[in-house]
Design a protein around this ligand. Structure first.
Ligand code: PLP
Length: 397
């Protein structure tokens, strides 16, 4: 087919390729332990499922307003105020099928050809993909291990130019588990206001902050007007398949994003929105229990990784990922990069992990090798998977 030129610039999430390989190997009867998947292994809590089913039984199965039903937008505004301490009007909330469409639509609304967009790298691969798709200029902001994968403000300063339109941050962070401190956010906010650019703050992992309280750039005076908050139910309430997320943004932008939705999705599924109202307003104990369990697994997996020769792992601060440095392990095994280690672990040890480049191209001068492990899997699987990894890394097959 003769595709439009822009299609050649559209990237993907290679995590889905690894998932396909895992499923193929499992179908062949192989035992695979997967640390590749970026979704909670818990089920959606019962009260939320019931709210969704009740909505279907009430025949809430028709079109709804493109920006979301008013009751849900009100709850989001209220709960966001409780979490972030920033007053939000429901007209500043746009509901979408998952958090991803907020990234897609707001970037379409803001980024012109040639506009520079700074984004965290390593990072969620969709950021870079959409910037390229729009013919914007992707400007990676390196997150480095020496800074515990938070951002280096001097490096950021050097990347800003008069064409900088948008900065994308994500805290707690996929894939490193790092997070931005209040002082990092204050410094970033100062730069955004001085140089007049917008900030997209991807906060989908806000419930999973293990050692300190969640911080958001939107609560810094002067920032609400230039911040787009990306959030949703996928991670917080184990609802990835329901497809429900939202953005909180200036009203002017919310109107444009709503028009984008009218052109693309019409609206988010009605019963899903009622389930989200229950998720936000109802009992939070299941979600907090999940966060507690992730913290215990973080401690377990970090300990086991650091016990493997040639692997060094920081204690991740949030989300449900760890990003160990495997430079020495790659060297010992004779691998050129973590991609080769990824394949070796999958095919020889039956362990699925994702290599560094699943999260963006390496930064200039980046020499170390990393892999991402998601610990959204049971403690038994973590123990067994790490035993296999230790054996495969320490005794080459
Ligand atoms: N942002 C980040 C950083 C993510 O890791 C993900 C999902 O993996 C998303 C956004 C998308 O979430 P959703 O499933 O709600 O579209």
């Amino acid at each position: 087919m003769k595709f439009a030129d822009r299609i050649s610039r559209l990237g993907t999430e290679t995590a889905f390729d690894v998932l396909a390989k895992v499923n193929e190997l499992k179908a062949q009867g192989k035992s695979i332990i997967s640390f590749s998947i970026g979704e909670p292994d818990f089920n959606t809590p019962e009260n939320i499922k019931k709210a969704g089913k009740d909505a279907i039984d009430r025949n809430e199965t028709h079109y709804k307003p493109a920006n979301g039903i008013p009751e849900l937008r009100e709850v989001i505004a209220q709960k966001s105020f409780e979490l972030r301490g920033v007053k939000i009007d429901p007209s500043e909330v746009v509901v979408t099928p998952g958090a991803k469409p907020i990234l897609f639509h707001t970037m379409h609304a803001l980024v012109n050809e040639g506009d520079e967009v700074i984004y965290v790298n390593p990072g969620f691969p969709i950021y870079e993909s959409v910037i390229n798709f729009l013919n914007g200029k992707p400007v990676p902001l390196p997150l480095v291990e020496e800074k515990e994968f938070s951002c280096d403000i001097d490096t950021l300063k050097k990347l800003i130019t008069p064409r900088t339109k948008l900065l994308i941050i994500n805290s707690p962070h996929n894939p490193t588990g790092g997070s931005l401190s209040r002082s990092d956010l204050e410094a970033i906010a100062g730069l955004a206001m001085k140089h007049d650019f917008y900030v997209m703050s991807d906060e989908v992992y806000h419930r999973f902050c293990f050692d300190s309280k969640f911080e958001t750039i939107s609560s810094i005076p002067g920032m609400k007007e230039r911040t787009i908050i990306v959030d949703g139910c996928s991670k917080t309430y184990a609802m990835t398949g329901w497809r429900i997320g939202w953005g909180i943004m200036p009203q002017e932008l919310a109107k444009v994003v709503t028009r984008m939705i009218i052109n693309s999705d019409s609206c988010t599924a009605a019963f899903t929105q009622y389930a989200a109202i229950e998720a936000l307003r109802g009992d939070q104990s299941e979600s907090y229990k999940m966060a507690e369990e992730f913290k215990a697994r973080r401690d377990l997996i970090v300990g086991l990784l650091n016990d493997i020769k040639g692997v060094k792992c920081l204690k991740a601060k949030g989300a449900f990922y760890v990003f160990p440095n495997v430079t020495e392990a790659c060297r010992n095994l004779g691998f050129k990069d973590s991609r080769e280690l990824q394949d070796y672990l999958l095919y020889k040890a039956g362990v699925a992990v994702l290599s560094r480049t699943c999260f963006g191209s390496k930064n200039v001068g980046e020499k170390d090798e990393y892999i991402r492990l998601s610990y959204a899997t049971s403690r038994e699987q973590i123990v067994e998977g790490l035993k296999r990894m230790k054996d495969a890394i320490e005794n080459k097959r």
